[in-house]
Design a protein around this ligand. Structure first.
Ligand code: ZN
Length: 453
């Protein structure tokens, strides 16, 4: 561009309309971007600029590259030196799920789901891999299923090949619609019996694994998953041994023969000589017998001090050149090579190795639901299988893999999905205090007395 302006043809070409308009658009976009900056508190110009680039210079790839460079210069405030234009952070190998994940994923044939904003039945079932033809049959035949409301609960069961067997929709506590497969069609029936909540005590002993033996004892997959989540920070379920025991109280709501809702009231697991309790409080959370939190807290940043964010989490990021959607599943912190990288929580290192475009790469599992990853590291200081504490130095940041400037790429996954680590709601480890603690201790005493093994 600069060279062209110096050329002797500048006078003539300046008055040629197409050339002029391209220049005009470029000047407009750059002006827009510069003016935008003071308004943008976080100094991220991803959304306004990429959409601008998309709509104004859609047929001119050269201009679009120019704009991307202008953007980076502006965000950083320092041209060239610290450009971060990585195109992908995908590690070459997947994070391996452990046995408990596999067992839960594989045989989770009954799903309880609460409708939330923006949900449609079609999308929910698709997300859970239900056979598309069954989804079509159900939603086209029963138009009333378009009237699901926020907060209502649906439950469905599939066979091992994802074919829908039955579907139920709880409209209210005494009005439930049931859709049962018969041949290749669904038949609707309704129940208007008032549901009767009942506390059930279930006991078992470990013979092979917690999931298998809990199922054998009569706990549903949904109840097992509530138990493993409630105790995920206190107990590693894989370490349970043969002859360890468990007992749970679940409040189940039955509509006739059908289980429509269940809630874990309390659970006790005896691992060797040690007892682990999780008791439900009035705030809907689980605490140990003394009202202490079962949760564990996280740092927002894997660094000793806050650093400038050079690229934000963006699941719909457009690639600067190809225009394709290439999600940015984490946050990039512009830190110089050799900056200490800290684990954001207690956990176990599951991956620590060099991996393609991610460079030197660490993945840490925290409890059952959380995973963090750290990429483009200069030096890895931990080994797979190692237990790490919150705040422990696990690596030095760097510029390895597909990265064009020193930075730390950090991801947070909740239930195996990447989320924005800067805004995601993270568990807080706060125990009960004051009046709510006294109320809880009373209740816990009563629940504990029923949790005998
Ligand atoms: Zn990144």
């Amino acid at each position: 561009m600069a060279r062209q302006i110096k050329s002797p043809n500048i006078e003539k070409s300046f008055y040629k309309l197409p050339y002029f308009s391209v220049l005009g658009v470029l000047v407009f976009v750059i002006l827009f971007a510069v003016l935008w900056r003071p308004l943008n508190l976080e100094r991220t110009v991803y959304i306004p600029l990429s959409s601008q680039a998309e709509t104004t210079v859609i047929n001119n790839p050269h201009s679009s590259v120019e704009i991307e460079e202008a953007r980076i210069e502006m965000v950083d405030g320092k041209p060239d030196a610290e450009q971060v234009t990585e195109s992908s952070d995908e590690p070459e190998d997947e994070i391996v799920k452990d046995e408990l994940d596999d067992i839960i994923d594989e045989k989770d044939n009954t799903v309880q789901y609460t409708i939330s904003r923006g949900d449609t039945l079609h999308d929910i079932l698709l997300r859970y891999n239900v056979n598309k033809n069954d989804i079509y049959q159900l939603t086209t035949k029963f138009k009333q299923l378009a009237n699901l409301r926020i907060g209502q609960q649906i439950t469905w069961t599939t066979d091992d090949d994802h074919n829908l067997q039955s579907f139920s929709w709880i409209i209210s506590s005494n009005n439930i619609r049931i859709y049962e497969k018969s041949g290749d069609k669904f038949i609707e029936s309704s129940e208007t019996v008032e549901s009767v909540p009942e506390n059930v005590i279930i006991k078992g002993e470990i013979q092979s694994s917690f999931v298998t033996d809990a199922r054998k004892s009569g706990l549903t997959n949904n109840e097992i998953s509530i138990i493993t989540r409630a105790l995920q920070w206190r107990l590693d379920f894989r370490r349970l041994q043969v002859a360890d025991k468990f007992v749970a109280i679940v409040k189940r709501e039955m509509h006739g023969e059908r289980l429509t809702n269940s809630q874990l009231i309390g659970v006790r697991i005896k691992n060797g000589s040690k007892d682990y309790y999780a008791i439900l409080a009035d705030d809907g959370k689980y605490y140990n017998i003394n009202g202490d939190s079962l949760s564990q807290s996280f740092f927002r940043y894997p660094l000793m001090k806050q650093a400038r964010v050079s690229s934000h989490f963006n699941p719909r990021r457009l690639h600067p050149i190809s225009g394709q959607v290439t999600p940015h599943n984490g946050v990039d912190f512009a830190v110089s090579r050799g900056t200490p990288v800290l684990s954001v929580g207690n956990g176990e290192v599951v991956i620590a190795k060099y991996s393609g475009s991610a460079g030197n790469y660490i993945a840490i599992r925290h409890g059952r639901q959380y995973m963090t990853t750290y990429m483009h590291l200069d030096k890895i200081l931990v080994k797979p299988g190692q237990q790490v504490k919150q705040g422990e130095k696990i690596a030095l940041s760097g510029n390895t893999g597909r990265s064009t400037g020193p930075h730390l790429h950090f991801e947070l996954h909740i239930n195996n999905k990447p989320v924005n680590p800067l805004t995601a709601s993270l568990p807080i480890s706060e125990g009960l205090t004051g009046k709510s603690k006294n109320v809880f201790l009373e209740k816990a005493k009563e629940v504990k007395s029923k949790l005998s093994l």
